[in-house]
Design a protein around this ligand. Structure first.
Ligand code: AMP
Length: 126
């Protein structure tokens, strides 16, 4: 199983604590597979995070170890949230940072949904 160079899952990471209700979030969607909430430091008019309800460090970890139902349910939740924010017509960006080179800050798999304006280049020049 790949954790993209990150340590094994830490149940005290901030998104795990949000899932357990120990830390508040600005929730926009919740179902059996996923929780979605506004990013605390938004980088676009819409900046929502979607996290699965399970202990997965990164996207690679999630796709290697989650059940097919969990994977399908998670991605359906991502699409539903984007649609509910009206981003289907305008376009939007999904992003998941994995590991150190991507600058992943929180070691619980999450997908960023960005939208609401033209988003510019995919990756800023290094
Ligand atoms: P990443 O670099 O992909 O791991 O992104 C982590 C994201 O989580 C950043 O965009 C942070 O602004 C966001 N974040 C960190 N703590 C919180 C929190 N308590 N509630 C909402 N978003 C958070």
């Amino acid at each position: 199983m790949s954790t993209n160079g990150l340590p094994p899952y830490d149940p005290q990471n901030i998104f795990a604590r949000i899932l357990r209700g120990e830390i508040p979030c600005k929730r926009v969607h919740e179902d059996a597979f996923a929780l979605a909430f506004h990013d605390i430091n938004p980088l676009a008019p819409v900046h929502v995070l979607v996290i699965p309800k399970g202990e997965y460090v990164s996207a690679a970890d999630f796709h290697a170890t989650a059940s097919d139902a969990a994977i399908a349910g998670f991605w359906r939740a991502v699409a539903k949230v984007a649609s509910e924010f009206g981003l289907d017509a305008t376009g939007h960006r999904l992003l998941s940072n994995m590991g150190n080179d991507a600058g992943q800050e929180v070691p619980h798999f999450h997908v960023h949904i960005f939208g609401g304006r033209r988003l510019g280049r995919m990756v800023p020049p290094g």
